[in-house]
Structures are given as C-alpha cells and as structure tokens.
Write a new protein. Sequence first.
Length: 250
Amino acid sequence: MVSGGEGMEAPGRSSGIKGMDGRRNYYDVLGIERTATLPQVERAYRFCLEMYGDNALATYSLLQPGEQQEAREHVREAYEVLRDPARRRAYDLSLAQPVFRREIPPPSPAPLAAVPPPPVAFPALEPPVSPPANVNVHVPVPVPVPDPLPAPPAVPPPPPPPTGSGPVALGEPVSGAALRRFREGKGVSLDEIAHKSKISVRFLRYIEDERFDMLPAAVYLRGFLHEYARGVGLEPKGTAEGYLQRVPSL
C-alpha cells in the first residue's frame, strides 16, 4: 500500500482491516477473492507481511504504534485458516455468503447489413426543339464575372503546451514495456521512484516486466501504479486503469 494512492482504502485503525463491502473477514485481510488459489494466498500473505514490516510505508503513515503488530497478527491468523483446506471450507460455510463469480457477458449480435434503397426511376428528358428559321431568337449577352477575391492567409495552429507543465497521458496502450520506454525517456530510474514512493524496486520491476503472477491484489496494485505514474510525470488514474486492463486475473 502506498501513501496517497487514489482509489484505495487504508487499513482500519484499531478494528483491523475491512473489505470493500464493509465486512471484515480473512479474505479482506489478505486482499484476495473468495476464489483465490493456494499460491495466491501464499503470495498475498508474503506481500502483507512485507507491507506491515518495520520499514514499510504503513508503519509511519497509516498505523499508530502498537497497531502494526496487531495488523500482522490479523494477517497471520487469516493465513493459517485459508492455507488449510479443511479449515478454509469450514470458514467459508460460516460466512453464509455465496460466492459471486464474474459472468462474461454474451457477445453482442452483429449489426445487420445496411440495405441500399431501391433506385429511383426518372423520366427520360425530351431532346431540345430547335426554333424555326424565321423566328428571331434572343441570345443573352454574357456578363463578365469578376475575379474571385484572394483567400485569407492561413492561421497557424496554436503552439503545443509547454512540456513539464503537468501530468500527461501515455500516447500508446499502457503496457509494462511502454511504461519503461517513457520512464527511460524522462531519465528517471526505478531507485528514484522507490525512494519517493517507498515502494520496493522489486515490485516496480515486476510492473514493467508484466510479472502478473508476482504482483499484489488489485487494491494494492492500483496504488503502486498511481505512484509510478507520478514519479515519471504521467496521469495517475488513466495510467493505472489502462494497465489493470491487461492483468488476466482482474
């Protein structure tokens, strides 16, 4: 978890960690879904221990002294139950809450091909009739047409906004490789971002390498992406949402 991450919920003070629906349970403590596999439980457990470690950001920005140890105890308690299949099954039954799986919407029907309107039949034009030879035909005198006025000079487009005036949107799909190219173009190192955001360089490198299997749950990953974007001058919200669309488990 990072400081000031938009779209994230900080852990509770003395009442422990709460989920997005306001109910506190072991899945909310580890930041995982009810359908999480055992490897996902293991990764979430290691991540939470690191997050509530002595040198973590949560130590001095979110928790008071004494609450850090309480948070680690919640994490260990949740891990001990969820890693044991029998205890986890009994715990799931005690929640008395069905697991809702994400339904894939059916594909939209293909649009019907546009049917062109039937052609309109116009009556044939009669050929022009020549006047009799003894009839005077008035021939109009052509009126001179003045030359057209010259076109006004083209107005040059407004100059582009000065660089460095604010965060910008990435001009291509938000991928790990695109983020790395933008960061290197700005001359910013991963160590600089880690120093400002208190995020481990290891997780920043996982983001650029798209190591989805090693990244944390979405509630934490979104905050990491916000801090990464701020560190290189990108717009945080759009960068985070664009990257999260590439994560297979979301």
